[in-house]
Design a protein around this ligand. Structure first.
Ligand code: SAM
Length: 272
């Protein structure tokens, strides 16, 4: 049972991945992101492409995508770059969707997906990957120092890591705002400077840090508005209470991002 269900929260990921191909959800993603890459975070296509450049990916790269969701963004990377990818996520529906898409696109020989908890030791050898990427998911992991140590362990020397943290506390946030912001699962909110400290402790060199809060502000607003336009179909799929809960979640993400009270940062690191 996910934490969101335990505490009477809102379901996002089970529906998003279990019904990935439903036309209403496809239309919502198109209207939200411009391009539908099956994503469930705050990332648009141009941002993914920039991540690939920052990671210096080539056809020879083998990339680990931690908390890959539906696997669609992972496969977009494999298709765009021609590299090998391994995706892992705790969500069974996400991994099932990823395996299906990878077969359908003829990418199964270069793409592996496994259902696993990224809070635990990763099921990979030391230095198994050229790059590690984790988009909008580090906030869901219970032991962040251990996760960063694990990402470092599985990265080859000289390899690059890119992750985003979409809930850095950069302003005043009320208890009820934090409650709604964390209504879709387990969340950890970090103060400014904490990720930098943990990156250093894990033995990584921080190459750059960028503020991508405006993107999250735009995407959350567009996502909420697109869902409103498709209200009827979505209520039929997820129920009225869940629909309203997700709309509250997206409105809160938008307000907190627009006012830069919870910010999204992207960290690019190198294993020394
Ligand atoms: C915001 S989504 C991002 C998914 C994907 N990276 C993307 O950009 O579309 C966060 C993901 O974290 C996954 N997740 C949450 N806790 C996890 C854990 N302990 N181990 C692995 N994945 C986890 C969720 O299932 C979800 O797919």
């Amino acid at each position: 049972m996910t934490e969101s269900k335990e505490k009477g929260g809102v379901n996002l990921y089970d529906n998003a991945y279990g019904k990935l191909e439903e036309s209403a959800l496809k239309r919502v993603r198109e209207e939200t992101y411009g391009d539908d890459l099956g994503q469930s975070g705050w990332t648009t296509r141009d941002e993914y492409e920039r991540f690939f450049t920052l990671l210096k990916l080539t056809e020879r790269s083998h990339v680990l995508d931690v908390a890959c969701g539906s696997g669609n963004p992972t496969l977009f990377m494999a298709q765009t770059i021609g590299c090998r990818v391994t995706g892992m996520d705790i969500n069974r529906n996400g991994i099932a969707a990823a395996r299906k898409l990878s077969e359908e696109r003829g990418l199964a020989s270069r793409a592996t997906f496994l259902e696993a908890d990224a809070s635990s030791r990763l099921p990979f050898e030391d230095e198994a990957f050229d790059s590690v990427i984790c988009i909008d998911a580090i906030i869901h992991l219970q032991d962040r120092p251990a996760a960063l140590r694990e990402w470092t362990r599985v990265l080859r020397t000289g390899g690059r890591l890119l992750f985003t943290d979409p809930t850095v506390v950069t302003g005043l946030v009320s208890y009820s705002e934090l409650t709604v912001r964390s209504s879709i699962g387990y969340y950890v909110f970090a103060p400014p400077g904490e990720n930098e400290k943990l990156i250093n402790t894990a033995g990584l060199e921080l190459l750059s840090r960028e503020d991508s809060t405006p993107n999250m502000s735009r995407v959350s607003e567009r996502w909420r508005d697109a869902r409103s336009r498709h209200r009827q179909e979505l209520v039929g799929m997820e129920g009225e209470a869940n629909f309203d809960g997700l709309q509250r979640f997206l409105s809160t993400v938008h307000a907190l991002a627009k006012e830069q009270r919870l910010s999204r940062f992207q960290f690019l690191c190198k294993k020394q």
